[in-house]
Design a protein around this ligand. Structure first.
Ligand code: XMP
Length: 514
């Protein structure tokens, strides 16, 4: 059976991923394509609906992104958002021009609730606006279905043709009833049934992996992070002991983390797979001796990781499939799908590792957003603490020890970090912040312990709130939690005589210290 799909045509808007996520939250599968995608490709997909995103341009200027007008004649419902709404009006004979008053922020919008798009929406509703241009006159055949004091056409529609245009952003949470509008579009306009659910995703994936793999051998690098854990469990449910997972303990993991990963995925755990733990701590410490520069540390850790993995893979011999934990934002951000500026070229996409002898790559999470990966993880019965684990950088504690890394320093930061995490969780703050950890500064300072002078290290505590990790704010953790953590750290962790709390946001700081 073919899955219902809604296509997001990306005109360079900053919220393209958000639109797709919101649609999926309505249980309708959604994929992002660049506006440069050939219309034949769109026809092939046979989407139930199409959404045009916003974008930074003015539709009336030459060279602004546009789309083949044939799209309006396919009989597929279209929702144009912001730039997308203006494009629809412009191409169909309406008038778009520079707005006399620029609308930005939360604006009260009057909507005609007889529109299918605004069914059950309040007649006056707060929406998020951000535009310089506006629709001065709707296209022939359209009627105005929403307006504000400064914007005569905040929404327009031609229901017979299934064409809808909204000047505001329903995908942004500031638009109070935006989710209802998107849900109205996919259910009442496009007629979707809502077949995108994680239980069926898991079931279908297991089936298709089984068909693909047959009797083949599968290799997976397991880090204990959410993505690789979910990928590994999915594979193990599909092909059992044909799967081998290699877990490299580089000695820069959090306290007890190696054992925790082993407890879940090792022979004592619930899963049927071959688990290989490589204790490579000494090798990594040796390579990192005397290295203080953060980017060099990252490079050394990354390269050494590949060497270790390669050696293990060689022992296993040729495999048929290599599993990668690529997820949908990696695909979109690498510019494979959408149109927004390439933010980072993700190592998981495109550049296949050439250091392992394998025939094909399997990326079972390639179409999932992070929250969907977590839902799939829960569906697969993976323990909560693994599924909701906070992000942890690949180079691990290596970039949380400022300056040279030694085994002693690793232990200090592990112990301090474990105390901080424990106290944060006890106070219930683990649900309120997105990332929190301890780092070891390379500052030594004078202190006094009993009657003795000390000259020891300072630990820095960090806790941030963020939605996308591109910007972040330092969390206002209650003083008593910080105080309790401080006294435990100076008492329980040797060679620490000072604890600092990092109050800096990002920018100007970064979340990690290196
Ligand atoms: P920054 O420090 O850049 O961190 O504000 C943003 C997010 O990225 C994580 N991070 C990394 N993850 N390898 C990774 O896999 C790295 O080298 C790395 N550096 C930072 C960081 O933990 C935070 O979630």
């Amino acid at each position: 059976m073919k899955r219902e799909t809604v296509v997001v045509l990306d005109f360079g808007g900053q919220y393209n991923q958000l639109i797709a996520r919101r649609v999926r939250e309505c249980n309708v599968y959604c994929e992002i394509y660049s506006y440069k995608t050939d219309i034949e490709k769109i026809k092939e997909i046979q989407p139930k609906g199409i959404i045009f995103t916003g974008g930074p341009n003015s539709v009336y200027l030459e060279d602004s992104p546009a789309y083949a007008k044939e799209i309006y004649e396919l009989g597929i419902p279209i929702l144009g958002i912001c730039y997308g709404s203006q494009l629809m009006m412009h191409q169909l004979g309406g008038k778009v021009e520079k707005a006399p008053v620029r609308e930005y922020g939360r604006i009260e919008v009057n909507v005609d609730t007889s529109s299918k798009l605004f069914q059950d929406v309040s007649p006056k509703t707060i929406c998020w606006m951000s535009h310089n241009d506006y629709i001065a006159k709707e296209a022939p055949g359209f009627r105005v279905s929403a307006w504000t004091s400064d914007c005569p056409v905040a929404a327009a529609e031609n229901p017979e043709k299934g064409l809808y245009a909204v000047q505001f952003h329903p995908e942004v949470l500031h638009t109070q009833e935006g989710t209802k509008m998107l849900s109205n579009f996919v259910y009442h306009v496009c007629g979707c049934a809502g077949d995108w659910k994680m239980d069926s995703f898991v079931e279908e994936s297991i089936k298709s992996i089984r068909e693909k793999v047959g009797n083949g051998k599968v290799l997976c690098a397991l880090s204990g992070g959410v993505d690789s854990s979910v990928a590994a469990v999915l594979l193990s449910k599909a092909v059992g002991s044909q799967l081998t997972c290699v877990f490299v303990d580089h000695g820069l993991l959090r306290k007890n983390e190696g054992d925790e990963v082993e407890a879940v995925f090792g022979p004592e755990g619930p899963y049927d797979l071959n688990f290989i733990r490589v204790n490579a701590q000494e090798r990594f410490y040796e390579k990192l001796k005397g290295v203080v520069e953060p980017e060099r540390k990252r490079k050394i850790i990354g390269e050494e990781f590949i060497r270790v993995f390669e050696e293990e893979a060689k022992k296993i011999g040729a495999v048929d499939f290599l599993v990668q934990g690529t997820i949908y934002p990696d695909v979109v951000e690498s510019g494979v799908g959408g149109e927004s500026t390439v933010i980072k070229s993700h190592h998981n996409v495109g550049g296949l590792p050439d250091y392992v002898d394998f025939k094909e790559i399997i990326e079972p999470l390639r179409n999932l957003f992070k929250d969907e990966v977590r839902k799939a993880g829960l569906e697969l019965g993976i323990p909560d603490y693994l599924v909701f684990r906070q992000p942890f950088p690949g180079p691990g504690l290596g970039i949380r020890i400022i300056g040279e890394i030694t085994a002693e320093k690793v232990q200090m930061v592990q112990d301090a970090d474990a105390i901080w995490r424990e106290e944060i969780a006890k106070a219930g703050w683990d649900k309120k912040v997105n990332q929190y950890f301890a780092a070891l500064t390379n500052m030594k300072s004078v202190g006094v312990m009993g009657d003795e002078r000390t000259y020891d290290y300072a630990i820095a505590l960090r806790a941030v709130t963020t939605t996308d990790f591109m910007t972040a704010e330092s969390a206002e953790i209650p003083w008593e939690v910080i105080g309790k953590t401080t006294s435990r750290i100076v008492n329980e962790v040797k060679h620490v005589n000072r604890v600092l709390y990092d109050c800096t946001g990002k920018p100007p700081a970064t979340i990690e210290f290196e």
